[in-house]
Ligand binder design. Structure first.
Ligand code: PMP
Length: 419
């Protein structure tokens, strides 16, 4: 495999040369106002290794054509590469069949597909949909739209002061009206890893399907949708070292087959007359129009890249960074970490007494440090902790302790400037 500094999946963390892995990412060499970039906004979007960039260039320079529709050479190549990308995603999440993987434009689109395709068909007046306080807006708003349209009701699982779900309360919400559960795997705002297997199993006792928003789960741990037994799992390529504009929805084949298509158009049909349209089989039924072919192929390359390093290695390394950063930040007077769950990915949301998060982000930026400030599209989480916004440092496997040290120094500068 070109340009990948690790080739064996079986390597363990101690054998992975994380410094060399870092050199796979050209953007990390950037200087911002003469300061080395410390890119700590990975929960929003991760960076792309040269391997994926090269794959995109190869596609665009030697393989591009529209897929499915022609017998000419380039169309056949592009069709095959697009299909191969689907198969890579299938293997990555251990889906039973490749037709259970639908390419979408990202997590948001995947969730909307389930809302439109499953929700609008099967959820009726007075039915209940369970969501959690930790959800990203993209797993709240579509369900609210549906609930408003149908006269259904949203029930919300609360969280404790550490930012962990109250599982006892979740279980108490179930009754004969419960028809759907939407559950974030890992909180983008706090990093909390939810006990999704246990929650899926509980929902299934009531025959209730569960959609997992895996936008922050898939980049940091290996996902086995068959072992989880989730009904739907959604994530975006751009948080997994891939391009923007593409993601997937995994769905169990029987469920996908029972659903109505969300978008109509070319490729999603078997036949069309003005009297009637017969829909194509899955996954095509849900992929109307020209899909993001280049991005999907780039996504496949990103999956190759991450698989070569190994998701277990990635998770283990990132958690050493999390521990180090947490230890450093708790020692700074006036800094408060929001989200202290026992099970966390490498996300640290924090406030600094007396300083608005936007000012923190602005001053850190002057030192080349990229963090996100705001409500992180999770306003219910902010409301629960009674803060308008937080600053969030989110780490990837190409970050290092030097960057954590830069963050710590930057926060001290912020305090000097404002306090
Ligand atoms: N869910 C979670 C948990 C996220 O972190 C994000 C991205 N911030 C989304 C959904 C939406 O992803 P996208 O913008 O790629 O559709």
């Amino acid at each position: 495999m070109n340009s990948v500094n690790v080739s064996l999946k079986s390597e363990i963390t101690s054998d992975v040369d994380w410094g060399r892995i870092r050199s796979d990412f050209p953007i990390l060499d950037l200087k911002i106002d003469g300061k080395p970039l410390a890119y700590l906004d990975n929960a929003a979007s991760s960076q792309m290794p040269q391997f994926v960039i090269d794959r995109l260039v190869r596609y665009q320079t030697k393989q591009h054509a529209n897929i499915n529709r022609a017998v000419h050479y380039l169309s056949e190549v592009a069709t095959q590469e697009y299909h191969d990308a689907r198969c890579k995603l299938q293997q990555f999440i251990n889906a039973h069949e490749d037709r259970e993987v639908i390419f979408t434009s990202g997590t948001t689109d995947s969730i909307n597909l389930v809302m439109q395709g499953y929700g609008r068909k099967f959820i009726k007046a007075n039915d209940e949909i369970i969501l959690t306080t930790l959800e990203h807006h993209s797993n709240i708003v579509p369900w609210q739209m549906l609930a408003n349209e149908k006269g259904a009701r949203i029930r919300v699982v609360p969280i404790n002061d550490n930012g962990e779900l109250e599982i006892g309360e979740y279980e108490k919400l179930f009754n004969e009206r419960t028809k759907f559960v939407g559950l974030i795997h890992v909180s983008n705002a706090l990093g909390t890893i939810n006990p999704i297997k246990r929650m899926i199993d509980f929902a299934h006792r009531y025959d209730v399907p569960v959609l997992i928003d895996g936008a922050q789960g898939a980049p940091h741990m290996s996902i086995d949708v068959q072992a989880l037994d989730c009904d739907f799992y959604a994530f975006s390529a751009h948080k997994l070292c891939g391009p923007t504009g593409v993601g997937i929805l995994y769905g169990k084949a029987a469920l996908l087959e029972s659903m109505q298509p969300y978008k109509g158009g070319g490729d999603m049909i078997a036949s069309v007359t003005f009297e009637e349209t017969i829909y194509n089989t899955i996954p095509h039924k849900f992929e109307a129009g020209t899909p993001p072919i280049a991005a999907a192929i780039g996504f496949g390359a990103a999956i190759d890249y991450l698989t070569a390093i190994g998701l277990e290695n990635i998770g283990a390394y990132e958690s050493t960074l999390l521990d180090y950063a947490t230890d450093c930040l708790v020692q700074i007077p006036g800094v408060k970490i929001i989200g202290t769950a026992k099970e966390k990915t490498a996300v640290i949301s924090f406030t600094v007494d007396g300083v608005h998060p936007h000012d923190i982000g602005t001053i850190l930026n002057q030192d080349g440090i990229a963090v996100r400030t705001g409500h992180h599209c999770a306003q219910p989480v902010m409301q629960r902790f009674n803060v308008p916004a937080t600053s969030r440092a989110s780490f990837a496997f190409y970050n290092n302790k030097t960057e954590v040290d830069a963050l710590v120094a930057g926060i001290k500068t912020v305090q000097k400037v404002f306090l």
